[in-house]
Design a protein around this ligand. Structure first.
Ligand code: GLT
Ligand code: MN
Ligand code: MN
Length: 403
């Protein structure tokens, strides 16, 4: 059995805010000491990660002096080069400071909106200095609890203006960023604008330069909305918009848990890995999760190792899925192909439409056919549970002996 130790080529990344999460929640103070950015870099490198992502204020406190900023950035860059980690993605903290309590780009106060733009430009400068090529926008405070302020339509247009402005800033500076919007339905706001992958995709089409914008979907966030994460990832891939991804886990109907990848919805995690590996995504596999508040520092590194290890195990399972003859036979039986019909329906012509309209279908036979999904899903489950031999895909010897 392989040891599932990650290497740089696996492109695993963590945010400074993820492994650095001190275990604070709305009801309790931190349970862990803060970790310095250079120390996090060193530990992630030891574990086999590829990179580290950050908000401006994960590295530089909001009220830091220019000298303090330079020192912190210098020490961080030194750690990156000492340990061979990169910074593929950067973002801005537009949610912690009370100035942003009613939104940043969508605040009803024009001064807050202007300050948000200023803060993002400085943060984009920092990201570019560190080599980031993807810039994430998670609009955590962009939303409302009450709609009495009547800003719903204005908010969307302020949001759009800000994104258009920042895309041009990036071009003007020659930064070459691609921007990734990260949807979330609620928390910290009662209702966050652009709550799902689908709504963000719709909004991107209204921007001045839609090609520069894509998605950073998060497993927990789609799950909070009661939606399927693999379905969201598939839609982003299909649109050519999967610019980045936040992997974690979540129980439905709860606060944003940001659990260790695979901790809760193993099948969802498996189909996500399968989509990423087979759907043409070659960006970082970013874990936006954190260790449970119960844990000490050792628990933090166990958490980080666990995220990567589970991904690698599931990647191997996806390979087994492809190589398993019984699963492949069940898949082939599920999909019915018909070359003649493909010809008729593939492209509109008046003749094809006419031929299709006059065709007779055996509706009852179509309705009678069982697609075999129960069988296929059980095979998948047993594969995930380790009951199918990795080599030939046959049931493992132990199970056969029992049967
Ligand atoms: C915050 C949030 C995440 C976002 C981060 C990017 S910050 O932790 O919960 O989902 O990805 O701003
Ligand atoms: Mn989250
Ligand atoms: Mn996230």
């Amino acid at each position: 059995m392989q040891d599932y130790r990650p290497s740089r080529e696996d492109k695993f990344t963590f945010g400074l805010w993820t492994v650095g999460n001190p275990g604070r929640d709305p009801f309790g103070e931190p349970t862990r000491k803060p970790l310095s950015a250079p120390y996090i870099v060193q530990k992630l490198a030891e574990l086999g990660a590829y990179g580290v992502n950050l908000h401006d204020n994960d590295l530089v406190p909001i009220d830091a002096s220019a000298q303090e900023r330079d020192r912190l950035v210098r020490e961080f860059r030194q750690a990156l080069s000492d340990h061979g980690l990169v910074v593929p993605m950067a973002t801005t903290n537009l949610f912690t400071d009370p100035a942003f309590k009613d939104g940043a780009f969508t605040s009803a106060d024009a001064r807050v909106r202007a300050y948000a733009l200023q803060k993002v430009m400085h943060s984009m400068d920092l990201g570019a200095e560190l080599g980031a090529t993807t810039y994430v926008f998670w609009g955590g405070r962009e939303g409302t609890e009450v709609d009495a302020g009547g800003k719903l339509l204005d908010a969307l247009s302020w949001f759009r203006d800000s994104l258009n402005f920042l895309a041009q800033y990036s071009q003007d500076q020659g930064y070459g960023y691609r921007f990734a919007l990260e949807p979330k339905p609620n928390e910290p706001r009662g209702d966050i604008f652009l709550p799902t992958v689908g709504s963000a995709l719709g909004f991107i089409a209204t921007l001045d330069q839609p090609d520069l914008f894509g998605l950073n979907p998060e497993f927990a966030h789609e799950t909070m909305a009661g939606l399927s994460f693999p379905h969201a990832v598939a839609q982003a891939l299909d649109a050519g918009k999967l610019f980045h991804i936040d992997l974690n886990d979540q129980k439905p109907g709860r606060f944003d848990q940001d659990l260790r990848f695979g901790a809760e919805n193993l099948k969802g995690a498996f189909f996500t890995v399968q989509l990423l590996e087979e759907g043409g995504y070659d960006g970082p596999r970013h874990f936006d999760a954190h260790a449970l508040r119960t844990e000490d520092e050792a628990g933090v590194w166990a958490f980080a190792r666990g995220c990567m290890r589970t991904y690698l195990i599931l990647r191997e399972k996806a390979e087994q899925f492809r190589a398993d003859p019984e699963i492949q036979a069940a898949l082939a039986a599920y999909r019915v192909e018909d070359a003649e019909l493909a010809e008729l329906t593939g492209k509109f012509s008046r003749e094809n439409a006419q031929a299709l309209k006059s065709r007779t279908f055996d509706r009852e036979a179509l309705g009678r056919r069982g697609p075999g999904l129960e069988h296929l899903d059980q095979l998948t489950l047993e594969l995930l549970l380790g009951l199918r031999s990795p080599v030939q895909g046959a049931p493992s010897a132990r199970i056969e002996a029992r049967g």
